[in-house]
Design a protein around this ligand. Structure first.
Ligand code: UTP
Length: 284
């Protein structure tokens, strides 16, 4: 299984902080958000992670480029050196693809189509500005569900307040047999008005999708906001293969806006200090 992290967006909701520092590199404890997400993907079993970046955000690639200069500088500081070596080990499993124009999340995913052309397994897609906290790994749980269902596609979901549904992709689902954790998806709508929302289940920034998604993305016309929407391609995927929704019992933190970022900081303070057990949740 391989993973894909779209991280090429403008980050306008968090300006001016994100003018020079991409939101994906904002620190959460002792490491940037993107590193937590790469670790989540690798921890769930991904062999390699492809990050979609933009020419305006060279810092993303810089961060994952091993540095002999830093190694030399830290020769007599073993604790700091160990952290940098750990980062270099991650970096060897991360590669980049560029999205030259920011034409939406679906368009960002499409930029990696060539790298996934031979893929047979579902592709794990993790939004670069979404952290997920809880007792289990959200990606690992989705992978388990997919395997139980013969390699089916799975979309991570979270419940949101009705008045907030217009901020998210919202799922239409069949009733869940297992205490409301696993659903058969019948549709997805991007940012519906509350009165038109088919449920209060929002996509939560984690997807495990059949590689057919790339072909569908190439076909979908621009949707909400004039952008190529991943949601629209998943809607088409639902028409051809079974797609499940997995309602993760933890929390999703959108670090792309100041409030979500603050929440993530508080949540992971203890984890970053090395006290996983001391934290209410672990990052997954
Ligand atoms: P968002 O819509 O939250 O990101 O996309 P954005 O466009 O950067 O946000 P604002 O509205 O301007 O603040 C979710 C993820 O998809 C990536 C973003 O980097 C983010 O990690 N994305 C979005 C792309 O890679 N390319 C795009 O064209 C849009």
């Amino acid at each position: 299984m391989r993973a894909l992290i779209p991280a090429a967006g403008y980050g306008t909701r968090f300006l001016p902080a994100t003018k020079a520092v991409p939101k994906e590199l904002l620190p959460i404890g002792d490491r940037p958000a993107l590193q937590w997400i790469v670790e989540e993907a690798l921890g769930a079993g991904a062999e390699e992670v492809v990050v979609v970046t933009s020419p305006d955000k060279p810092a993303l690639k810089d961060y994952f480029t091993p540095s002999a200069v830093w190694r030399a500088r830290l020769a007599d500081k073993p604790a700091a050196l160990a952290k940098m070596e750990q980062l270099d080990a991650l970096a060897s499993r991360v590669r980049f693809v560029e999205q030259a124009e920011q034409r939406g999340l679906g368009h960002a995913v499409l930029q990696a189509a060539g790298l996934f052309a031979q893929e047979r397994e579902p592709v794990l897609i993790l939004l670069g500005d979404a952290l997920v906290s809880g007792a289990e790994s959200c990606s690992a749980e989705m992978l388990r569900l997919s395997r139980e269902r013969g390699g089916a596609s799975v979309v991570g979901l979270e419940r949101v307040a009705r008045e907030r549904v217009s901020r998210y992709g919202i799922a239409a689902v069949e009733a869940a047999p297992d205490e409301g954790r696993t659903y058969r998806l019948t549709g997805l709508v991007e940012k519906p008005a509350p009165a038109e929302a088919p449920s209060d289940l929002a996509v939560a920034g984690r997807y495990l999708l059949s590689p057919r998604i790339f072909g569908l993305l190439a076909e979908v016309p621009p949707g909400y906001g004039g952008e190529i929407q991943l949601t629209d391609a998943i809607q088409r995927l639902i028409g051809s293969v079974p797609v499940y929704g997995y309602r993760y019992p933890g929390r999703r933190h959108d670090i792309g806006d100041p409030a979500g970022y603050r929440e993530a900081l508080l949540r992971f303070e203890a984890v970053a200090a090395g006290g996983r057990g001391a934290s209410e949740g672990t990052i997954c």
